[in-house]
Design a binder for this molecule. Structure first.
Ligand code: ZN
Length: 296
């Protein structure tokens, strides 16, 4: 088992995805597996709450049938594989659990959360591209790259990435945060939305903000990006300034939005998320940003 250790705020270790789907060898005893049952991943949780993913040697403890195994690449020097499982409610050995990947966020170090998320995206892609979208024939894995292809019409299918913008909007010393109807808890976050086909990121930002809260923004600046594996988003973060309009929420996605000062923020998203980083950036830069505003 690989143990989670080291508290790190940025990634020092990642799953290096191999371009090829052909594993260099058969899995060694130290190869480890990211095994998913829908959104749930198989983890070992020790009595002192240390989490680990299964190694090849752990798999013999399970009677489960592995489906669609896929060579992913390497974490450090270890080979990594992904698969689904048909567990059919079979009993699970002691200290092993199926856990919703998102629910692991508060429990594991960030490197491992992103590594598992990356594995999830590839396993999920492979699961949903078993048949050709054009002619319906079964697909095959390409050996030389992470793709499937149709043996009949030769169409290729690559892992899907859905770009989404996320934006921290500032008005003097306040930030716009909103509560979405889909949020399970009463927390507030920055606005976000998926990019439509044929739309630039800037057009998408203006449209989403206008649709969701009814205001106009200006001075859009790139902030950073973050893959978000639920199921295959790429969050592209921006900062922007309020230009005009009054907050009027759409009541379909957002049920409340308001301007918040840095010393009076509502409950916030998980620390791993780019939304949280955008809010941290607002808090850190509030006095500086005010000066810049007056110059501009
Ligand atoms: Zn086809």
């Amino acid at each position: 088992m690989l143990i989670f250790q080291n508290s790190i705020l940025y990634l020092t270790m990642t799953l290096e995805i191999s371009p090829s789907t052909a594993a260099p060898n058969s899995p060694s005893a130290e190869s480890y597996w990211f095994i998913f049952d829908e959104n749930k991943v198989l983890v070992h949780i020790s009595e002192n709450q240390v989490l680990a993913f299964p190694l090849q040697t752990d798999l013999q403890k399970f009677d489960y049938q592995i489906v669609n195994p896929l060579y992913l690449g390497k974490v450090a020097e270890f080979e990594a594989y992904g698969a689904e499982i048909k567990k059919e409610d079979l009993p699970i050995p002691e200290n092993w659990e199926w856990r919703d990947l998102r629910s692991l966020m508060p429990m594991i170090e960030s490197d491992w959360f992103w590594i598992a998320g990356k594995a999830f995206q590839f396993v999920n892609w492979f699961k949903t591209h078993q048949y050709c979208g054009q002619c319906g024939s079964p697909t095959m894995l390409k050996k030389e790259e992470k793709a499937t292809y149709c043996q009949k019409c030769n169409l290729s299918f690559y892992p899907r990435v859905s770009p989404a913008v996320i934006v921290a909007i500032r008005k003097n010393d306040q930030i716009l945060l909103a509560h979405a109807l889909r949020f399970p808890q009463k927390f507030y976050s920055t606005l976000a939305g998926f990019v439509e086909a044929g739309e630039s990121l800037e057009e998408c930002l203006r449209r989403e903000v206008r649709e969701e809260v009814g205001i106009e923004i200006k001075n859009i600046q790139y902030f950073g990006s973050q893959p978000w594996a639920f199921p295959h988003s790429l969050m592209i973060g921006f900062k922007a300034e309020y230009e005009s309009g009054e907050i009027k929420v759409d009541q379909t996605e957002i049920d409340h939005a308001d301007w918040f000062k840095a010393d009076n923020l509502p409950v916030r998203p998980n620390r791993f998320s780019i939304a949280s980083q955008l809010i941290d950036d607002f808090v850190k830069n509030t006095p500086v940003f005010e000066n810049e505003l007056s110059i501009g």
